[in-house]
Structures are given as C-alpha cells and as structure tokens.
Design a protein around this ligand. Structure first.
Ligand SMILES: *Cc1c(COP(=O)(O)O)cnc(C)c1O
Length: 405
C-alpha cells in the first residue's frame, strides 16, 4: 500500500483542512483505486515465518490482526488526527467506546476525576456509576464555573472530563482556562467534542490533551453507522490507550470506518451549513420563546450566558441547540405536531431531528439528577439539518402554534 503523497507526515500535515478532509491518510493498493479501499478482513497472511515473527516483535511494519491494525481503519485514524491537529488517533466502535477507553486506559483505583455535571446521559453514567466501581473517585461540578474546577482539585486528581458545548444543555466550558489549569497541575483533560467536530472547534488549540469523539454524529453525518475516536499525543495513544484497546477490543469495524471516511470528505461543508441553518432557525424562535417565558439555549445567540466564549472557541455555532418550554406536556405537544422535523434522539445528521431529553436520552436518571444537571422537563433539543431553512421555519412555526406558543 502506498500513501497518496509519499510517506512523509510533514507533507500531509502542511495541507490545509479542506485538503486533509479529502486526502488525509489515504493509502492506495497496487490497483490505484480513487476511493479508499474497504478491507473487510480480520486477519493477514505472511510470506514466511520470519516475516510474521518480525511483525510480532515490532521489528517490521505491517498488519497482524484487525484488533491491532486494519488498513481502512488506519486511514480513518490518520485523517481524523490530521483534521484535529493531533499527533495520533485510534478509532473506536462508538462514541461511548471512545469515552470509556479514554478514561479507563489512564485511571486506576485511588485516582480522582473531575467531570462536568451537564453531559450526555451515558457519559454521566461512566462518571457516576462505572468509575466508582473500580475505586476511582469522581466529583461533578458546574462546568461554567471556573472557580469550581479549581476547588474540586485534590492531590490525586488525574483527569478533567467534559463536553463543550454539553449535551443537551449547551453549557460552554472555558477551554483556555480549564485546560491551562489542568496542565499547571499535571492533570489530563479529556474533551468530548461531539457537538462540534474538528470542523468547528479544535480543543487542542486551547491546550486540551485528549479529544474524544462520537463519530456517529457529525463525522458520519448521515445517520448510518456508530463509530468513535480518541486523539492525543503519540505517547498517550501508543503507550497508554493502545495497550488498553488492543487487549479489550473496542475497535471500529472497517466498514464503519470506511463510511466515516466518506463522511469526513463533506464534514466542513455540512457543519457550516447546518450551523447557518441552526442560527437562522434560532433567531426565528428567539422572541416567541422568550415572550412565553421559555429559554433558548443556543451558543449562536447573544442571549447565551457564554456567547462571547462560544464565539472565541467555535468557528460557528454548530447544528444543535435546545430550548425550554412550559413543561413535558407542551414539549411533547410540539414534537407531536411536527410534519417535517423527525422525532429522533440522534444528532449531527443531515436531517433535522428533535427530541425531549428528559423522556429519552436522560430518562435513565432520576428527576432530581436531571434537574441538577439542567435537563428540565420542558426542554427540547434540536439537530438542525441541511433541508431548506424556510421549510424548517414553517414546520417549527406551525408546531409551536399547535402547542399554544
Ligand atoms: C452521542 C454522544 C456520545 C455517545 O456516542 P455514541 O456513538 O452514540 O456511542 C457521547 N458524547 C456525546 C456528547 C454525544 O452526543
């Protein structure tokens, strides 16, 4: 297999993001295929016994088993690393496989992890239930409170874990401050960047150590496969993550990696156009929601409490925002009146999708836990897609009217 332009990472690294998204990481077989080849193989064969011995000894490059390496998955890993500006990346079976691996590969019994209280339901489950079972202490804080991060640090604090913007409250973390604080105390930051993707926000530019993804979301962007990724330094990925991953096997399937490779080619276009649509739709709704006593949680609107920070950290507002109406009854009434926008709990998709987090993504926790993290009964979260924004506005308009708004 041959890389498109030599084997020198220096060449591909110097490409601009739009070029990396199309060509980064591409290897070609002897057939010279235009589109990346899909290697649906679990294993590899060798010309002779000495070759396989050399590969297992790490003396010769090459594949040995698809839990360890696969050419299609390797192309995805290299492309994501280039787009993120990371030294290395390993693809995972799903976003949750990525978060679990990023935390468990480096935390041991007796360590302490500080996490944002507003988070995707399963991310909170890792912090509240999984880590403590293995003797890892956890503290959850209001991630928008810079002082809270500092106050939560203990002598054994090893990891800061958060999303920005957070799912589904759209809380924004001050990346510069929190990553700077962590590095001054020898703490590793793990940032779940699913709401933005590298097309809209690159946390490593603000000092993040590890950036983890649900590639199911914007990276695929067309609602087809589950996938994930963890990015970091060569040392973190190869010496800390890889031993965990090779021996526990949360690997990304080659087919899913291939689908995400195709998705990355259009990621930037989609992420920016969906952000533009999300801003237009948010602006249309803003006054009506406010007049009825509701709240918009939209990082692209000046009413967001951390609007200035969002503008500084993100290239655009992203496709996802939330809003809070009177209660569960009114929220469900809006969903039931939709004609175009689908009721669906996925995000990042080219289709507009809306869900009621309290009865879906965050239904697994108690009402008190939901309130503590800001998931109110009347909250709706929307992923704005690539449809004509006028059609989205008309659908939202009639659904809000039908629900008495
Ligand atoms: C969806 C999501 C995940 C989980 O990703 P999967 O691919 O569904 O496992 C993790 N974090 C955030 C912020 C998400 O939105």
């Amino acid at each position: 297999m041959k890389k498109t332009t030599g084997t020198d990472r220096k060449i591909t690294q110097a490409w601009r993001p739009a070029t990396q998204a199309i060509r980064g990481g591409t290897w070609r077989s002897e057939h010279g295929e235009t589109s990346e080849a899909l290697f649906l193989t679990s294993g590899y064969t060798y010309d002779d016994a000495a070759t396989v011995a050399a590969r297992f000894a790490g003396e010769q490059d090459g594949m040995t088993y698809s839990r360890l390496q696969n050419p299609t998955v390797a192309m995805l890993e290299e492309r994501i690393a280039l787009m993120e500006g990371a030294e290395a990346c390993r693809a995972q079976a799903s976003g949750m496989a990525a978060m679990t691996a990023a935390l468990l590969c480096q935390l041991s019994a007796g360590d302490h992890c500080v996490a944002a209280r507003a988070a995707f339901g399963s991310c909170r489950w890792l912090v509240d239930h999984l880590l403590p079972r293995f003797g890892i202490e956890t503290t959850v804080i209001d991630s928008a409170d810079n002082a809270a991060w500092e106050q939560a640090i203990r002598p054994n604090t090893k990891v800061f874990f958060f999303e920005s913007p957070a799912n589904p409250t759209l809380d924004i973390v001050d990346l510069d401050f929190v990553c700077g604080l962590a590095s001054s105390r020898g703490i590793t930051t793990v940032v779940d960047n699913a709401f933005c993707s590298p097309a809209l926000q690159r946390p490593m530019e603000f000092g993040a150590d590890v950036v983890a993804y649900s590639a199911t979301k914007l990276m695929d962007g067309q609602g087809r496969v589950l996938a994930g990724a963890v990015c970091g330094t060569d040392e973190f990925i190869n010496e800390i993550l890889l031993p965990f991953q090779r021996n526990t096997g949360p690997n990304c399937a080659p087919f899913n990696a291939w689908v995400v490779l195709k998705g990355l080619e259009t990621l930037s276009l989609r992420a920016h156009k969906q952000s533009e649509n999300a801003l237009t739709l948010g602006q249309f709704m803003e006054d009506r929601i406010a007049q009825s006593g509701g709240t918009m949680l939209h990082p692209g609107l000046a009413s967001h409490p951390r609007y200035d920070l969002a503008v500084k950290q993100m290239d655009a507002c992203g496709p996802i925002f939330s809003f809070v109406v009177e209660g569960r009854k009114q929220a469900h009434a809006i969903l039931d009146a939709l004609n175009l926008i689908d009721i669906s709990n996925n995000i990042g998709d080219a289709r507009s999708l809306m869900c009621h987090p309290a009865s879906t993504t965050h239904a697994g926790m108690s009402a008190e836990e939901r309130l503590e993290m800001g998931v109110q009964e009347g909250m709706l979260r929307i992923n704005v897609g690539l449809e004509d924004v006028e059609d989205l506005i008309e659908d939202m308009d009639q659904a809000m009217k039908a629900a008495g708004l």
